[in-house]
Design a protein around this ligand. Sequence first.
Ligand code: NOJ
Length: 647
Amino acid sequence: LHLKNETTEDLDLSLFSYAEFSIFDAANDRDNYQYTYNIATCYKEDSYIFHDTLYCLYKIIAYHCSSHQFQGFDCDREDFIGPYNTEANPRGVLAGRLNNKNISGGNPCGALHVDLSLSEGKEEDILFIIGIEETKEAIKKVSQRYFSPGYTEERLQEVKDYWRQIFDRFIIETPSSEINSFINVWNPYQIRTTFYLSRGASIYEGGIRRGMGYRDSNQDTLGPAYQLDDELHGLLSELLSFQYEDGKACHGYFKMSREGYGEDPYSDDHLWLILSITNYIKESGDTAFLDKKIPYYESTKEGTVFQHMEQALEFSRVNYGDHHIPLAFHADWNDCLNLRGPRGKGESVWVGFLYHRALLEFIELCRMTGKEDRVKKYEEDARKIKEIINSHAWDGYWYVRAFDDNGRVIGSNKNKYGKIFLNAQSWAVYSGVASLERGKCAMDMVRKHCFSEHGLALLWPAFREYDRSIGSITFYPPGLKENAGIFCHANTWAILAECILGRGDIAMEYYMRLLPPHANEIATLHKSEPYVYAQVIAGPEHQDFGLARNSWLTGTASWMFYVFTHYILGIRPFYNGLIIDPCIPSYWEGFTAKRQFRKTMYTMTVKNPEKICGGVKTIAVDGKVVQGNIVPLTSGKEVKVEVVLGK
Ligand code: NOJ
């Protein structure tokens, strides 16, 4: 804490610190009060508060201390907060004095009271430390180090330098200062957080329910691939080790216990591997990864990464229903669309799109890594699924979303609720299944039925009756979560689809609707932090339309960064270079970007003299014009790229 007395008086101040301690066993601490309320030990000794509950089991001591001598302390949460009070008005602070109470059983905390006199114009640093170590000797050693002059400032500088070198890998300058600050700082910060924590402990999840989500973690690698090298290799290897021999994958797993769960498969989990691995190889150039051997989850057998990928495609190729569309199993990306039913026949058109996209990525990978012999087979699989979807799933103006266990169509104009689903249209385009004509028509219908001032609703109209054959999507109130909420994650794919269709103005409009600082204007309604994406915003059919929930750990962060940089700015890593293919709003005059790719820093200037959305007229690399729109790989450290858009 840095304090400066800017008044014209000398001040006598009382400072209070407060930290809650957990019992070292999160599950017990949360639900076993008959035990936890009787086991805590927390006490002052010398100038420290120690919390060594269950030391015998875990060999951990938590502690709290200050650089300044303290006048009082409290180790009892109930005593510090006081009856009927909260952290907003703790008894100890209101009274201006603490009760110096150790506890033996009860609710542990560490609170300190430091008195400080600060004369006019003076300033002072006060340090409060919480930490854990194995012994009291170690605690004293560590804390004394922090109290030595300059040490804490140096550590803080290290933290800042750490983030600076991450941010410096991708710096942009566009006509929008909100976008610049978001892409240069906040979005990279959030995608690193989702990369490490996936759907682990947060204020919205206790952390013991899901651990690392399989599809989530795969998608969480897409955005930060440019920031991470070895760690990406590590996470992908870990994900592959939770894949079964037949190609399906666990739905999630716990990192520390290495336990996977979800034997009852989801229809999409395994397919995300193709997208995450190809993205990793394009970014890093690490084609050797394909030959790495990794065991399958349930057996002692191992396969190369390439074989794991082939197996993932095989699982979707052979598990299909009456329309020859992939089976829906428990659910697909939409956890709440549960279509399997007793006959096990529900089909997911959306998984068909994902499967097709994965096939295209895989075919490209085979071509670029000398595995031409595989190409024909996968091209034939891609042709088949594309034809099947186009003949069974086109509803006249858009694509349907699925078929339930009885063959009933979902996401059709014929339905009473859920007539049109956003993902079925955006992915029709992204997957390459839709023709340009159908793609434009489907996305126009999305604009007509799902677009609102706070973003695109996941479907329209919301379900208003329970329907177990469709699943838990119908349990939510209309306009919330998967039942026609504005699912931010899914909005990213609509932006992507609009870029593929070349409609940069619409893509930017959708992007800006969800840009968190944009919600500053409606902060009291929106409620979420204005510097991170939330999972969902209440949709137009809900009374709290515009209210955001579940911020931080959402696939939105990674995909938004990916879509903005790869598709709006159009800077896309590829196996043999950096593709430049912007789709910007026509009113932008251009932009600049500094981006690290492999070991080279690319400084790019993109000019838009004709005020169009996309289309590269010329690219000059270090002053020399290149053919096409790929900036070739180089061993140089720095490369200058000048791009002019034009018809
Ligand atoms: C949140 C889950 O983490 C994600 O895996 C899922 O795709 C979405 N909800 C949509 O249901």
